[in-house]
Ligand binder design. Structure first.
Ligand code: UT7
Length: 319
């Protein structure tokens, strides 16, 4: 016995930053960003903490499932941009919700949500939980050098959450890691050596083309592998929830898979790349739009810094 998704929730910051607004302080153009990535705008945390966003997404999911904080047996947060180095985001979310269960973070970059689902799977398999809250939340804007046009135009902030309960909705889940830090990383700050405080900041550094090459392979291979493991044909997949890093990467996967392109869910135009939060936000938006029907098979795939990648097939069991 593993899990089924009982409900979903999401939260976005109040502030929208359009490409046109970005062009006022970064050497870029709306045309470049749209044509190379498909992004038109992103949301950024100007007033909100990441805990605010994550807790709001969690509350939305809990309300929909009729779950109280005291019902939760575990809180897992997937993030690389927590409010604190320590405590974890899961701890600050637990406090905000008034829960008392164990809570910890998963650091696996963009596929972090799927890595967290794998941990949750283990808790259900061992009979250690009946209700698990998984929240993927990112304030990627805090990790950007806003003078570096090769990275800052790509990312956005947001949070998505799911409540999981015992069930057999999970059909396959595969994780992969290839340790290759140099292509995409955020260095730890080195500003606090004794007598040498520099106040140094750390920003995301990326070799975009290397990540792109990894991403197109990881996306197609990951989706195919998860669909095969689930014992279904590509044509039986109702919806694909691909990581929203670049529309061109998604279009490449569309052209290679036997799944009609209209079944690929996309929100990169409005939200940009919210890292670990992309898939659960897409899930909640699609639920709200009435796209997901009970019994639908959802294929998910994400890739990111590590390098990490993960894919899954999950049957939608909620009403
Ligand atoms: O979540 C996982 C993390 N990230 C990814 O998956 C990202 C994967 N990579 C990509 O999506 C793409 O490689 C990028 C969108 C990052 C870049 O697109 P590209 O088509 O690979 O562009 P490029 O890096 O080859 O750069 C082409 C040109 C360069 O100018 P020159 O050298 O040809 O004169 C860049 O300096 O575009 C320039 N450029 C920009 N120009 C305007 C790079 N960023 C910008 C920008 N605005 N924002």
């Amino acid at each position: 016995m593993s899990f089924s998704i009982l409900s979903t929730g999401r939260a976005l910051p109040r502030t929208v930053l359009t490409n046109e607004q970005l062009c006022r302080f970064v050497d870029t153009t709306d045309e470049w960003i749209r044509s190379r990535t498909g992004i038109a705008q992103r949301y950024v945390c100007m007033e909100e903490s990441l805990t605010d966003l994550a807790a709001q997404a969690a509350r939305n999911a809990m309300q929909r499932a009729g779950v109280e904080a005291s019902d939760l047996d575990l809180i897992l947060c997937a993030t690389i941009s927590s409010d604190y180095i320590t405590p974890s985001l899961a701890c600050t979310v637990q406090e905000a919700l008034g829960a008392s269960c164990p809570a910890f973070d998963i650091s696996a970059a963009c596929p972090g949500f799927l890595f967290a689902l794998d941990v949750a799977d283990g808790y259900f398999a061992r009979g250690k939980a009946k209700r698990i809250l998984v929240v993927a939340a990112e304030a990627m804007s805090r990790l950007m050098d806003w003078r570096d046009r090769s990275t800052c135009v790509l990312f956005g902030d947001g949070a998505g959450a799911v409540i999981l309960g015992p069930g057999d909705g999970l059909r396959s889940l595969l994780l992969q890691t290839q340790g290759r830090a140099e292509v995409l990383y955020v260095p730890a700050t080195r500003g606090n050596l004794p007598g040498r405080a520099t106040g140094a900041k750390s920003y995301a550094v990326m070799d975009g083309q290397e990540v792109f090459k990894f991403a197109v392979t990881a996306m197609c291979r990951g989706l195919r592998h998860a669909i095969r493991e689930a014992g279904v044909a590509e044509e039986e997949i109702s919806w694909v929830l691909p990581h929203q890093a670049n529309l061109r990467i998604i279009e490449f996967a569309m052209s290679k898979m036997k799944i009609p392109p209209e079944r690929f869910l996309i929100n990169i135009d409005r939200l940009a790349n919210t890292s670990a939060a992309c898939i659960p936000i897409l899930l909640d938006e699609s639920r709200e739009q009435g796209k997901l029907k009970k019994g639908d098979l959802l294929a998910m795939c994400a890739f990111g810094a590590g390098l990490t990648s993960a894919s899954a097939v999950i049957r939608w069991d909620a009403d």
